[in-house]
Design a binder for this molecule. Structure first.
Ligand code: F6R
Length: 244
């Protein structure tokens, strides 16, 4: 694990963007795993800026999002598909046919999960997976529990996660009960992981994930096993790590 510490959240975004550009530079068809949520918004802004400054082009990129809420159409303002258009895709030259996101509004989310898994298997290992962590330790939507899944699956969201995520919904009741998410196997198979976290509220879980025991109670702790992970943290998120 390689750690990068920054004074501010915006320095973290810029540092992570620089690393992303370096990691994908020279790959003819980069295969990228994308995350949503508050954390990568600043990174995506930096990438749009870098595209406008001609430092990166997404024309040959293939993207695979980590997750999607069950029941939401891609036009729903809280869907991750909508989020991606708003924060990254509309601002760069990515080709629509190269974008992959599980579909939330399908008759059988389980069938959709299996289809997405097959798509990922056919694609092979992702070159870079962009990742953050939930306050309860989830990565993707792999929630803490006795068992973790390796493959893409449908997961019931914990009440904690629904409460945290309700900030972006009109009400808690409107937060979907379940999601389709990549499993730990596919996330860990990525050749490189670009992990980002910012803010004091993440300090405890960052300490547990990167310095605590490996446990399914903190799915992010499995990242300690990844052979090529960069961890970009602002000083607030890093504040409880023993190593700093
Ligand atoms: C998003 C995802 C989640 C988020 C996590 C942190 O695609 O899979 O694991 O990365 O919930 O969310 P934020 O960044 O909003 O704190």
């Amino acid at each position: 694990m390689k750690f990068y510490f920054y004074d501010s959240a915006s320095d973290t975004d810029q540092g992570a963007a620089k690393s992303f550009i370096k990691m994908t530079n020279g790959i003819a068809t980069p295969k990228i795993g994308l995350a949503t949520g508050n954390t990568p918004v600043g990174l995506y802004q930096c990438l749009v800026q870098a595209y406008n400054q001609k430092k990166i082009s997404f024309k040959t990129f293939l993207t695979y999002n980590l997750d999607e809420y069950v029941g939401l159409t891609k036009d729903h303002p809280q869907s991750f598909a909508y989020f991606m258009n708003e924060h990254l895709f509309n601002g760069v030259d990515i080709l629509e046919g190269n974008i992959h996101i599980p579909q939330g509004n399908v008759e059988s989310p389980h069938v959709e999960a299996a289809k997405y898994e097959k798509l990922l298997e056919d694609a092979g290992a992702l070159d870079v997976q962009i990742l953050s962590i939930g306050l309860n330790g989830h990565i993707g939507f792999n929630e803490p529990g006795e068992k973790l899944h390796s493959k893409t699956h449908v997961i019931e969201l914990t009440e904690d996660t629904r409460r945290v995520n309700s900030k972006s919904f009109p009400s808690f009741e409107e937060v979907p009960l379940s999601a389709i998410t990549l499993g730990l196997g596919t996330i860990m198979k990525a050749k490189k992981i670009l992990f980002i976290a910012k803010g004091f509220e993440k300090a405890d879980i960052i300490q547990q994930a990167f310095e605590g025991p490996l446990t399914t109670d903190v799915p992010g702790s499995l990242l300690q096993l990844h052979p090529n992970i960069e961890v970009h943290l602002d000083k607030e998120a890093a504040s409880k790590l023993a190593r700093i």
